[in-house]
Every structure is written in C-alpha cells, then in structure tokens.
Ligand binder design. Structure first.
Ligand code: IFM
Length: 473
C-alpha cells in the first residue's frame, strides 16, 4: 500500500454508531434557584470553605439553562448525532421525594424537543451526583431509602420523557459518588467515613437496579444501562506486592461494579479486603435487582493506573488521580507509581490503548451486551486567541488516539455502539472549579461566549466522514 493510500484509508465505524458529546446538569446548567429547583449536595458542598478551588460554585456555570437552544444549535453545527446530558434530581423533585416539580420536567422536555428537532438523539443520565440536599440530610447514599427514592424519581422522569427518549443511563460513575463523596470527602457531600462509602456504593447500585425495574414496568422499548468509570490497571513490576496492589485497585475500582452489575455478586477478594465494611452489605434479593439484564453498559474511560505495593512507596501526584481515602487501598497497600507517560492537565496519564484493553476485558469477561464509551476526553491548559479560538492539538490527539483504540477494539470483537466525548462545553469541574477545561467548545466565562476549539472542528469532520483516516492502530 502506498503512503497516499494509507493516509486515505478510512477507518469506518459500524452502521448506526452513536457519535456524541456529553455534559452533566450541575456542571453546565446554572440557574440553581430558578424554576422551583431545590438544593443539591453540590450547592452545599461548594460553599464549604476550602472544598472547591477558589471557592467557586456552579450557581451560574455556563448558563445552559437559559442558553440551551443556542447550545443545541451549536451541537447541530458540529454534526453531533447524539447528546448525553443529565437530569438534575433537585430540579425535578426539589426534596427528592413526593410530587414532581412540573417546571423542572418542562425544562428537560423543551431540551429534548429541541434536540429531536435538530436530529440529535438525546441520551439521558438520571443521576450525575447532584443528590437533593434533603435526602443527604436523611442519610444520603449510605441510607438504603435513598435507593428507593431514586427509583421513584427515575420513574417520574421516564414517565415524562420516555415517549421521546430511547437511551437512558441510571447512575453515572457510582465509584466517584460513593468513594469521593463518602470516603475521601473530595466530592459532595464531603464525608470521610470509608465504611459508609461501601454502603453508598451498594445503594447506588441498588438504586440503578430499582430504577431500571421501575422504568421497565412503565414502558417497553427504552434502552437502559448503568454507567461505570473503568481504568486500565497495571502493576509496576511482576513482584507479588505490585501484583497485589493491582488486584486491589482493579477490584475496588472496576470489578466491584462490573461483577455486581453483570454477574450478580461482589468479588470475593474485594469483600475480603473490605472486611467488616462489607459485612451484611446486601439484603436478600438485592444482587438479583442489581444484575437484572441491562440493554447496554456505559463506560467512562480516562486513564491507566500503574500501581506498586511497595510499603511506603512514593505516590506520584501525577499518577494518583484521587486519594480514595479508603483504608483498603491506602498507602500501606498501594502507591500510584505512574509509568512516565505524558499526562493531561489533570495530571492523568494518557494511555489510549488502555481503552482498548478495558473494552475487550469487559467484552471477554462478562456476558455480552452492547458497550458505549459514554465519556472520554481531556483537560489541557487552553490558550484562546483574540477571537476566542483555541488551538488544542493535544486534545484532538487524545480523542483521535482513543477513537483509534475504539476502532481496534471493535475489530477485535468488542460490541461498541457509541462514543461520547467529554465534554461538549468547558464547565465546572467539581472540586477543581473552572480551572480545568475539558470542552470541545471554549466558554469564555465572563461573557458566556462559546467558540468551538480546533478539536471540535476535527471531531465534526470525523463525524461527517463516519470515521477516521490513516492507518489502523
Ligand atoms: O467532569 C467529570 C464528569 O462529571 C464525570 N467523569 C469525569 C469527568 C472529568 O473529571
């Protein structure tokens, strides 16, 4: 094959592949006191001193609540086939229980209609971390009742939008909601109670299962899945200690959730690591509810962990994206050693092949269901020119390399049906505030002006072509 032919080679994706971008409610909507919205744990947490960089909050965020029509038009200009967004629970049910707030539901109905009008498929996430504060006051996710309340809320949203939305995900990244929220306290509600975090993880999964059952009972035809954030995990060396560190991290990060959702059991070695914290975790019948067959699994992928079990080993800040705050993977067992790969603006190592590995692992180790990459992307220190345009070759390369990995995984048998770049817009990056920009589209926060970055233009062209060009991975 000549060089020209290699350049021109089309790496096509399967017919019907969903090409999308994703956001979440608290990170973009703003308007936290409008339309009858209640308070969420993030409204409270962001006001606690020292919890969010520069004391920032998402009261305004990128004002999507008021600008959604323009944002949808922008998506259409980029040629997105699908848009994944989350519904804010406190906007729909201000206190997390009881009657729904019709004005909240109406906002999402208008958004969905706008998307459909532009030929963009809406993918709804029901929970992306903005628990109503009233439910946290009643115990939060460590309380079993929260899972039941979540199912009621999910049914209310599904009832309102199920006639026009086909694709649904229940809980986004339960690992983060449980362990960052209740163990390390880096995320709302900011509790540092590791044993309660394990309960929270179980109830988030139970909430997923109960919500799916409630939605299925309402109407057939919705495609519903859970959403997990998975990592490729490697031991630094083949030493027994490093292998054990990799087992622990893979166990708590990946298998705890995959085994529950797709096998109906928690991994025995992880339960053993957790010890007392895992005792009496599941009530009779819970695991059946959690593992009811899903229509798809949504996978968020960002990085690989390279870990060591050397006691007291150095923890490279670049390689340890989060301190789980949990005693089972604490520094006496694990250090995040890193592998020296280049990192993003978050300090997360870039390893596109880890995505191929994760997709093939899920496809090979678990019952076969359609897979979706529901988040993938990178923050970098963008610099805008006078017109607001950002040249971001690193972000474009990141996305391109990960799409190549997706293409390779499909070729090797992974049933991947869609890819969503994180994120459509620069937005509020949780405890990092506005300092970390993941958007394909630049948002100038003082003016709220949106300008597609170079990566967005490249992604639009890729979507238009239906795939990549050049040699396969
Ligand atoms: O911004 C977050 C998103 O809310 C959940 N997944 C990871 C993203 C980047 O940190």
């Amino acid at each position: 094959m000549t060089t020209q032919q290699t350049q021109d080679q089309q790496l096509r994706f399967p017919e019907g592949f969903a090409w999308g971008a994703a956001t979440s409610a608290y990170q973009i909507e703003g308007a936290v006191s409008e339309g009858g919205r209640g308070r969420s744990i993030w409204d409270t947490f962001a006001r606690l001193p020292g919890r969010v960089v520069n004391g920032e909050n998402a009261d305004v965020a990128v004002d999507h609540y008021h600008r959604y029509r323009d944002d949808v038009r922008l998506m259409a200009r980029l040629g997105l086939g699908a848009y994944r967004f989350s519904v804010s629970w406190p906007r729909v049910q201000p206190d997390g229980v009881g009657a729904v707030n019709q004005r909240g539901l109406d906002f999402y109905r208008r958004l969905v209609d706008e998307l459909l009008g532009q030929g963009i498929d809406p993918w709804v996430t029901l929970y992306h971390w903005d628990l109503p504060q009233a439910l946290e006051d009643a115990g939060g996710w460590p309380a079993r009742d929260t899972a039941l309340r979540f199912a009621d809320y999910a049914a209310a949203v599904h009832d309102a939008l199920g006639d026009r939305v086909r694709n649904w995900s229940t809980v986004n990244e339960p690992w983060c909601a449980a362990f960052l929220g209740y163990a390390s306290g880096e995320h709302a509600p900011g509790r540092r109670e590791p044993a309660r975090a394990v309960l929270a993880a179980h109830h988030l999964l139970l909430g997923h299962g109960l919500a799916m059952a409630a939605m299925r009972a309402q109407r057939a035809g919705s495609r519903i899945g859970g959403c997990v954030n998975l990592y490729a995990v490697s031991p630094l060396t083949r030493s027994a200690a490093d292998l054990d560190a990799a087992r622990r991290i893979d166990g708590l990060q990946n298998r705890l959730f995959l085994d529950a959702l797709l096998r109906g059991e928690y991994p025995a070695d992880v339960l053993a690591d957790l010890g007392e914290a895992a005792e009496g975790l599941a009530e009779t019948g819970d695991m059946g509810v959690i593992s009811a067959p899903m229509d798809m699994l949504l996978i968020n992928y960002y990085s690989r962990f390279t870990v060591s079990g050397a006691p007291g080993g150095a923890v490279s800040a670049a390689a340890a994206p989060t301190d789980t705050g949990s005693p089972w993977v604490g520094s006496e067992h694990v250090s995040f050693a890193g592998s020296g790969r280049p990192v993003t603006g978050m300090g997360w190592e870039i390893d596109h092949d880890g995505l191929r590995e994760v997709l093939l692992r899920v496809a090979g180790d678990y019952p076969r269901i359609p897979l979706v990459v529901s988040e993938n992307g990178a923050a970098f220190d963008d610099v805008a020119d006078a017109g607001g345009f950002v040249r971001d070759p690193e972000r474009r390369d990141y996305i391109e390399a990960h799409l190549r990995a997706c293409h390779a995984a499909i070729g090797q048998g992974a049933p991947l049906v869609g890819y969503f770049a994180w994120s459509l817009l620069d937005n509020f990056e949780w405890a990092w505030g506005y300092g970390k920009r993941f958007g394909l589209v630049r948002v100038d926060y003082p003016t709220q002006r949106r300008v597609p970055k170079e990566s967005a233009l490249w992604y639009a062209e890729t979507i238009r072509r239906g795939g990549l060009t050049g040699p396969a991975q």
